[in-house]
Design a protein around this ligand. Sequence first.
Ligand SMILES: Nc1ncnc2c1ncn2[C@@H]1O[C@H](COP(=O)(O)OP(=O)(O)OP(=O)(O)O)[C@@H](O)[C@H]1O
Ligand SMILES: [Mg+2]
Length: 234
Amino acid sequence: MSTSLLEVEKINSFYGDSHILFDVSLSVGRNEVVALLGRNGAGKTTTLRSIMGVLAPRSGTILLDGTPIQGRPPFEIARRGLQLVPEERAIFGQLTVEENLRLAALTAPKAWSLDRIYEFFPRLKERRRSGGRQLSGGEQQMLAIARALIRDAQVILLDEPFEGLAPLIVRDLVRVSRDLAAQGRTILVVEQNVVAALSFADRVYILNNGHMVWQGTPAGLRADPSLMKAHLGI
Ligand SMILES: Nc1ncnc2c1ncn2[C@@H]1O[C@H](COP(=O)(O)OP(=O)(O)OP(=O)(O)O)[C@@H](O)[C@H]1O
Ligand SMILES: [Mg+2]
């Protein structure tokens, strides 16, 4: 049995006839923060969707704590402790912050209390009676992460959590993400904001055209400007 909490081995994913992921492998250890980087269209979101079961890989294996989960439906994968926070955040604009949280907790086998969530996100407590639509971008992202957390997610898949947010808000969210990892959660984050991602990732993978082309540490990536330029365009 592997020692990684999440182990993706040579998955191939398709949209219809389009082959998108080619033998993609990655592993995420318990309490690790791993960043998955790559240009637009590289296959980052497709990787997260494949792990979550939204898109079943055509071949390859995905092990969660040693158990194969590939091809299982998303609700079952969620019940095993995985949560995807999608790029579009998918919170309910007509519901209040608290209603959004209660709804997320409803079907979780082991939900956190609202108080525990509010301890983590004091800002959400202040805004608990506000409608989802009235929240700022940063608050919406906090709520999206909080909805994963209230379901006691062990592994949180974050798709571009910092997109469109001001630097100060990004800094806040980076701190939150670090706290999450320190408190035993495991995070796989996809980001275009390479600087922010490198500021809190333990390890990094780079996808290019559906192929995993590099893995290493943030320091290793920073030390190789040609790599940054070739695959990340910076
Ligand atoms: N629903 C879909 N149907 C068909 N092709 C898709 C679909 N979603 C994505 N693709 C294609 O799959 C490839 C990978 O897309 P994906 O969304 O995984 O990239 P990404 O790395 O997340 O990019 P971005 O940084 O723009 O979010 C792209 O070529 C994209 O056009
Ligand atoms: Mg994407």
